[in-house]
Ligand binder design. Structure first.
Ligand SMILES: [Zn+2]
Length: 235
């Protein structure tokens, strides 16, 4: 009899534990949603950012050959904006000799306003990261005074390299439209992005062509914990 009661008590405790875990889970989701809301300024903005990332993720898995055929879905005159990017690339590469023929325009989807128009300036600025998309993203963020470009799309004369694709991702752009393919850049300009895409797919960082070796993780974790506990802006 006592054994049965003890078993019942154990079951009750385990049910209460499960209930408490469920409540904790719900609270954690609500807190996360609240933090997400605070970061985005409004739930709508945050959700759009999330949807934008999901759309980007879907696009990352699409066949790049089909990505060149853009469908007009939002009323923007895509070709008009792409021509602006091509003109910027032509002027910068052929006349000013700033770098390769890569230009990019960032456009507000709601208003159609061009918030940035830039081109590759790797040679002019001696900056290997000064690709057209990165320059345009930096300019756009400065112009709208925000590090988030949700609600904007980018038109780039070339299919983004991994760095620029990641920059578009981090900027939370809605969509990437591009003209020339990675294969075109290789054929006509000797710009070879394929090995970089291949390298980042290698799961073991140490095995990548440009090796990555981890060290001082314990010390770094101390900083992470201090950061986690500190007051800071989530982004
Ligand atoms: Zn790039």
């Amino acid at each position: 009899m006592r054994r049965l009661e003890a078993r019942r008590a154990r079951l009750l405790i385990s049910a209460q534990t499960a209930q408490a875990a469920a409540v904790r889970g719900l609270v954690s989701v609500l807190v996360r949603e609240w933090l997400w809301w605070c970061r985005g300024g409004s739930l709508g903005v945050a959700r759009t950012a999330f949807d934008g990332r999901a759309a980007c993720a879907r696009r990352a898995y699409s066949d790049s050959a089909t990505m060149g055929h853009v469908q007009v879905v939002d009323g923007l005159d895509h070709e008009k904006y792409m021509r602006l990017a091509i003109d910027a690339a032509r002027k910068s590469s052929l006349e000013e000799k700033n770098g390769g023929p890569f230009g990019a325009a960032v456009v507000n989807v709601s208003t159609g306003a061009v918030v940035a128009l830039a081109a590759n300036s790797v040679l002019a600025t001696r900056d290997p990261t000064a690709h057209g998309e990165v320059n345009a993203i930096r300019m756009a963020c400065k112009n709208i005074n925000s590090h988030v470009l949700t609600g904007h799309v980018i038109y780039t004369t070339g299919e983004p390299c991994p760095m620029c694709y990641a920059a578009c991702w981090w900027a939370r752009l809605d969509t990437i439209y591009y003209a020339g393919s990675i294969a075109d850049a290789l054929e006509y300009g000797r710009f070879d992005d394929a090995p970089i895409y291949h390298a980042v797919r290698q799961p073991d960082p140490a095995q990548r062509p440009l090796p990555c070796h981890q060290l001082c993780q314990a010390e770094m974790l101390e900083l992470w914990k201090e950061y986690q506990a500190s007051e800071h802006t989530w982004y």
